[in-house]
Design a protein around this ligand. Structure first.
Ligand code: CA
Length: 229
């Protein structure tokens, strides 16, 4: 996993330095800016995972920067404010900041808040349905199959055949089971169609990877023999 990138927008050099030092030693990649306009450009170019945004900036203030960020992204924002007034905090959260810290703050507290926000992000991430093997990565939501040599072109039916085999990797699926799962129980035809499609998928996999990844279990059915990644 790549290290999360954090953009620090703070015009006070001493604070920026301390924040950077603590975040870097906590394992984050840090980029920084002293003004809002540059921060917007950096956010666009680097797509940080989180932005630490000082409210009081020369020129475009933090409130304005947050509003403009929100127009085009839902990046996490942690506001820094010197003002303790409740109204400012509420305004900051309303404009879309995910959390705020009032100055002076402890750098450890800042790192803890950053970690909490990024954990939130991981929890909210959609479940990953992708199946990963040594020679194959199969993504059912995108209908994509990738091999170490690049993407593999499969027809929708071929993809469904491979997906069913992947769900039961290492175990045999009978022709009848494949027929039911891929073509549906209402399919009017015989199990010969399964042999044809499995044959096509097997040939494509072997061409792409050089490996015989689908095994025939004579008189029974087929199984995918690729090892889990
Ligand atoms: Ca400031």
């Amino acid at each position: 996993m790549t290290r999360p990138t954090i953009l620090v927008v703070e015009d006070e050099a001493s604070i920026q330095r301390v924040v950077r030092t603590y975040l870097e030693s906590a394992g984050y990649q840090v980029i920084s800016s002293e003004n809002g306009a540059e921060a917007l450009a950096l956010a666009q170019a680097h797509r940080p995972d989180l932005i630490i945004l000082d409210l009081n900036l020369p020129g475009m203030d933090g409130m304005e920067v947050a509003a403009r960020l929100r127009e085009r992204s839902d990046v996490y924002i942690l506001m820094l404010t010197a003002r303790a007034e409740e109204a400012d905090r509420v305004a900051g959260l309303k404009i879309g900041a995910d959390d705020y810290l009032t100055k002076p703050f402890s750098p450890r507290e800042l790192v803890a808040r950053v970690e909490a926000i990024l954990r939130r992000q991981r929890r909210a991430a959609p479940p990953d349905n992708v199946r990963r093997f040594r020679h194959l990565t199969i993504d059912p939501d995108r209908y994509e199959t990738t091999t170490p040599n690049g993407p593999l072109e499969l027809t929708p039916t071929e993809f469904k055949v491979l997906w069913e085999l992947a769900l039961h990797a290492g175990r045999v699926l009978t022709r009848e089971q494949l027929l039911d799962r891929v073509w549906g129980i209402d399919f009017y035809g015989n199990e010969r169609v399964v042999d044809v499609y499995v044959g096509q998928v097997r040939r494509k996999l072997e061409e792409a990877t050089g490996e015989p990844l689908i095994e025939t279990v004579r008189g029974v059915g087929y199984k995918l023999v690729d090892q889990p990644a």
